[in-house]
Design a protein. Structure first.
Length: 744
């Protein structure tokens, strides 16, 4: 083991804002903590002052159920008949006997209602919007918006507890749905099953049905997109996993619902309702089902809360009465509309159709042209009354759409660095330009003036080549990038463009080739893509070749293709749109194994070590103990990586491993030592794939124990997180053993 000085290894530029300096886990914790704090503050009297929310429906339920409750207290059994309601009716109060994911949340319901479920609701929206946008602020504001849209406090106040709980789990159903669409897998199916079971076990099937209808409308749009973009097999796989998740979710909630289905046949929602004009097979009559249809004009209350008098005695709308409007605010509605107009993805259009469909269903009898056929023929549509309730799902979809306007929608998951590192714009003579991965630039965001297309008026035929032999489905990504410029070229390039993507075209105008490495492009050797800069028709030598490096995620690949096609439209790095044409940007790789899943999660087995012994009581002894620990691992102990080498350096900035004595533990009171790793997340999934640092802190230790504690945390850094995985000296060592010559 040698001792030397070493220059710092160059590393990619990192974001330099105060927020980006925190780890992803810390950022999520801060956002979720803020949501919890807001929920606690809003309902502080119920949590901290011993007060309770007494909704009218809760009181009515208690009055109706009092006889059955007294019967249960005397006999220990729940009555199946409530004699004092409608001269007697079936009564179901089967408790959930099977513990599942909602058990933990329900456990705090008695002491923290409704804070616990309000936090679950807002956290679900936050996570869903963050998954779509990779933007914490968009997720945070969306979570707050749904948690405090007027409908949520109203239903809590009147005692619609099961409805509120079902809405709290709706964002998780949507999140699992879109995850499975993007990542067809068993995991997606299981996540969807878990989320669906959570919502079903809230015991409000009407909200579950409405959530399912939103997903059905969304799925129809995805089918159209899959057909147009030749990705039907992928959607079919996703649909299969979602179907499996649906079956499993229903099975997980069978215990309360099978009994309810038996009783339903004798209720106003079952065969007994035939006398009222309902379908004899089940459901209720049209007139009772359409009570509380939302007036078409009342949709304006999404923007102006008091447009129809608000609620209570001042309400003057077409419903018999209402406690309040479904108010979101003009800003949020405008952002949702902006998302549908500007964020041109099938996902956004699917949510947009969901907003339109659920709003029409909420109109009930006022939109009989769609609701009457659905009532007659669509399964379970006739089982529920109060169409106004559809607007709770409409509001959720609108809020998610508004969140999608965030700056990182469908973009790389890591934030770009603020330093300006862009290169010179290429000249027409050079004919090429490059896109590299780290950093950003700040071109002037101005649209182009009107000019003539060098490509002519006919569609530009784009072929696709795969010299890298990846067999990856590139066509949908190319079409997405082409669609972007079909919508934006006239604004930014000064002329419209129409692409015809034909992967196997024999006489194309452009060939987009996906290669393992882009050849040197305008002097850059680390380019993610390369394309000719076309400003004049005389420059075009058909077919023009656009090179795109493989290995990036779908969203990052689309970004690179958009950038390179921008060059073929005459745009340089100084042109708008800046988020597409910047000369340097952060790109994410395809999914990689996380560090915890790899046998060796470091770049190489050669480590630079900095030992800060200056504040140790015995500096020489401290360094000797550290040396013993390092030599132990150079001798290839059992279960550890082999061929490890360590070099002592004089600057902590040069080191992968830093060992320091400290007076107080950074990991909590009582800890004699602690260690922590940091690293890189190239695929943007929020988990480290490669470690770059190991920091070991020793808290006021005896010199003789230093080596053992350093060895313990070295094992942790090399992948042995549990003590059973560590080498023998670090398994259940006694006090004396830690201060012995354990390395021998």
């Amino acid at each position: 083991m040698a001792s030397s000085s070493r220059s710092p290894t160059p590393r990619a530029a990192q974001t330099d804002t105060w927020w980006a300096r925190f780890s992803p886990t810390t950022r999520h914790a801060a956002c979720l903590g803020l949501l919890l704090a807001v929920a606690l503050a809003f309902y502080a009297p119920a949590v901290f002052e011993g007060k309770s929310i007494q909704g009218t429906d809760s009181i009515t339920f208690r009055a109706n159920a009092q006889v059955t409750i007294e019967h249960h207290e005397k006999t220990g059994e729940w009555s199946r008949w409530a004699p004092n309601v409608f001269s007697g009716m079936p009564y179901i109060n089967y408790k959930l006997a099977v513990a599942q994911l909602d058990t933990a949340v329900n456990a705090v319901r008695g002491v923290a209602w409704p804070v616990g479920h309000l936090f679950v609701l807002m956290a679900g929206v936050y996570l869903f919007v963050f998954y779509l946008t990779r933007n914490h602020l968009s997720g945070l504001l969306s979570g707050l918006a749904f948690g405090f849209t007027t409908y949520i406090p109203i239903i809590i106040g009147v005692g619609h507890g099961t409805k509120f709980v079902a809405l709290a789990y709706a964002p998780y159903v949507l999140l699992a749905f879109v995850y499975t669409l993007r990542t067809p897998s068993l995991l997606g199916g299981l996540l969807f099953a878990a989320a669906l079971a959570l919502q079903l076990r809230a015991k409000h099937p009407q909200i579950v049905f409405y959530t399912g209808m939103l997903l059905a409308l969304w799925w129809l749009v995805e089918v159209i997109g899959a057909v147009r973009e030749d990705r039907v097999p992928r959607l079919a796989a996703s649909t299969g996993w979602l179907a499996l998740g649906t079956v499993l979710g229903l099975a997980m909630a069978a215990q309360p619902y099978l009994a309810r289905y038996q009783h339903k046949q004798f209720s106003v929602r079952g065969a007994a309702a035939a006398a009222t004009g309902a379908d004899a097979a089940g459901g209720m009559g049209w007139v009772p089902a359409m009570r509380w249809s939302h007036g078409p004009g009342e949709l304006f209350t999404f923007v102006v809360a008091e447009a129809f008098g608000g609620g209570g005695q001042t309400y003057w709308g077409p419903k018999t009465f209402t406690e309040g409007p479904h108010y979101l605010g003009g800003v949020l509605i405008a952002l949702a509309g902006l998302a549908v107009w500007r964020v041109r993805t099938w996902l956004v259009w699917g949510l947009g159709l969901g907003v339109l469909g659920t709003a029409l269903f909420a109109l009930g009898k006022y939109a009989a042209w769609i609701n009457w056929p659905m009532f007659q023929y669509f399964p379970f549509f006739d089982a529920f009354r109060g169409p106004e309730m559809w607007l709770s799902i409409t509001a959720l979809a609108l809020i998610v759409l508004a969140g999608c306007v965030g700056p990182a929608f469908d973009a790389p998951a890591t934030e770009p660095a603020p330093e300006t590192t862009g290169g010179d714009a290429p000249t027409a003579e050079s004919g090429a330009t490059e896109t590299a991965t780290p950093g950003t630039s700040t071109p002037t965001p101005t649209a182009a003036g009107e000019r003539q297309s060098p490509w002519g008026s006919e569609p530009v035929v784009v072929a696709i080549g795969d010299p890298a032999g990846t067999d990856r489905e590139w066509t949908p990504l190319v079409r997405e990038a082409a669609a972007f410029w079909e919508a934006e070229a006239e604004r930014f390039a000064g002329y419209p463009i129409d692409y015809e993507v034909r992967p196997d075209a024999t006489d194309p105008d452009i060939v987009i080739e996906f290669v393992e490495a882009v050849p040197e492009c305008d002097g850059a050797s680390d380019a993610a893509g390369c394309a000719p800069l076309i400003t004049d028709s005389r420059q075009i030598d058909r077919p023009e070749t656009v090179s795109v490096r493989t290995g990036f995620s779908d969203s990052s690949t689309v970004t690179v293709i958009q950038h390179e096609l921008g060059h073929t439209l005459g745009l340089t790095h100084d042109d708008a749109p800046a988020d597409v044409m910047a000369s340097r940007m952060v790109l994410n790789t395809e999914p990689l194994p996380n560090a915890t899943e790899r046998d060796f999660a470091w770049d190489d087995p050669e480590f630079a070590v900095y030992v800060d012994s200056g504040s140790a009581s015995d500096p020489d002894g401290f360094r000797e103990q550290v040396r013993r620990a390092l030599e132990y691992y150079e001798d290839d102990p059992p279960g550890m990586p082999t061929n490890l080498t360590f070099t002592l350096v004089d600057d902590p900035d040069d080191a992968e491993i830093v060992v320091r004595p400290v007076e107080t533990s950074p990991c909590g009171s009582g800890a004699a030592s602690c260690g922590g790793t940091a690293g890189w997340d190239p695929d943007g999934d929020g988990a480290v794939e490669t470690y770059s640092e190991l920091r070991i802190s020793l808290v006021d230790l005896d010199t003789d124990a230093v080596g053992w504690h350093v060895g313990y945390w070295l094992a942790f850094g090399f992948g042995a997180e549990s003590d059973s995985e560590k080498p023998p000296p670090f398994r259940d060592a006694a006090y004396e053993e830690r201060r012995s010559a354990w390395w021998e």
